[in-house]
Design a protein around this ligand. Sequence first.
Ligand code: NI
Length: 214
Amino acid sequence: MAGFAMNKALISLARCLALPSAFLLASCGGGGNAENQGSLAGARIGAPFTLTDQNGRKVSWDSFKGKYRLVYFGYTYCPDVCPVDLQKMMQAYAKLEKEAPAQAAKLQPIFISVDPERDTPSVLKTYVAAFHPKLVGLTGTPDEIAKVTRDFVVIYGKEPAKDASEYLVAHSRTPYLFGSDGAPIALIPVDDPGTAEDEGSPATVLAAFKHWVK
Ligand code: NI
């Protein structure tokens, strides 16, 4: 698989950086079962948290107990990768609602900000609504976000900028799928801009949802 190539290609974008993920690389070496590509079975990702949603309410990891969870970390000012990934994933989710409503009802999409300074609940509210009404946006204090990113093995960091309010945030790009018990199941495919094929197309993401959500 093109883990390294993908990371290099994204770093060249110099905006929504994809930093190497041990889990992405680990999932490449498994070989064999293409059906279960991206499996995160047994990985140590995730932990209880309490954050604030787009309506200003406190939400914890256990608030989603009993549901599969698609968790994507990013930030609303991200100029390229985050909105593209979110659009494809939420298009796939909308298709799942039409084609397999029972499966869709079991799956909760969640966007967690790595830019808590600018991503206030009201900023998140407008942002998530643009993708899908079911998408939950979560933010918190810088300390809360530092902890949740550590627990979910997400790397992020502010890029130096001339204008203090115009900075970019480099972050890893790892759309995780968790099961109804909160354990990690799989990485949902995203596009590798270094290839012609769109690996993260809505059809591919839809197939992954159908494969993993039981
Ligand atoms: Ni981004």
